[in-house]
Design a protein around this ligand. Sequence first.
Ligand code: GDP
Ligand code: ZN
Length: 295
Amino acid sequence: MEAIVLVSYGGQGVVLLPGGERRRCKFRRNVGRPYCGDRVLVNRADDESLVVDTIIPRRNFFVRADERQRQHTIAANLDQVLIVIAAKPLPSRDLVERYLLAVHSLGIEPVIVLNKTDLEVANNETAAGAEVLSHMPEYEDLGYTVIRTSCKTEPGIAGLAEILKNRTSILVGQSGVGKSSLINQLLPDMQIQTGALSTSTGKGTHTTTSTIMYELTGGGYLIDSPGVWEYGIWTLDREELTAGFIEFAPYIGQCRFNNCVHATEPNCAIKQAAAEGRIRNWRYQSYLRLLKQNG
Ligand code: GDP
Ligand code: ZN
């Protein structure tokens, strides 16, 4: 029988059965460790409890990095990563690029969520952060989806709810941008779902720190992983960096040097495109800063 992993504690977790029932399930070491979002085949063990027999091959992994830059998988099979930003706290200069690059490198689709649209950017705030918000129409021109939300007034969260339908999503972003507020509105029955998970595992306290997949009433799943990517992400290699600037693609391979990093080299197709406005200069400048930092 096929099931979906809602939460994983290493040796066991909770799966969602086709009929909608949540059941505690054991994981066998030789099968590998299932993650939140995994599609698995489950069977009854001798004592009638459920056990995972097979993990169905994953489409992708969602990872976080620890302080030592080691990557840890915390979920699988995502359709989209929602990058939440707001006028308060304002994003730092290259935050959106960092997030977009990371999502791109995982092979998952990014969506930018501009929350707190009811707030104005305060006059005394940093110019760089305000500039990030002013770039939203340009991200849309680049092909990214930008959803505007407010947890307090219009436009509310309808646009966001729409894009979550029948897909598996996760929210990332700095502390304070409104992730919990969005989740509370998107999942009015969150407490009930959490309660069902604690009853199935007998591990009530774990649900506040674990990565959990919730069912959306309109269809689809929302993964809540407290604190994920709040303190940044991992270092990207050069290839990931260039590939993540999606508008560079037509110029790749056209520089004079085939090992061009598109910084100070002569006859660089990307530098030239930026100088002529075919690539947005602020994106190119962000690329150069990230190139330096990722050295
Ligand atoms: P998280 O740290 O990303 O989970 O952010 P929270 O959901 O805890 O929200 C941080 C603060 O921002 C709280 O005081 C919320 O009430 C407030 N907040 C969340 N969404 C909005 C919004 O759309 N507009 C305004 N004005 N405040 C919001
Ligand atoms: Zn180049």
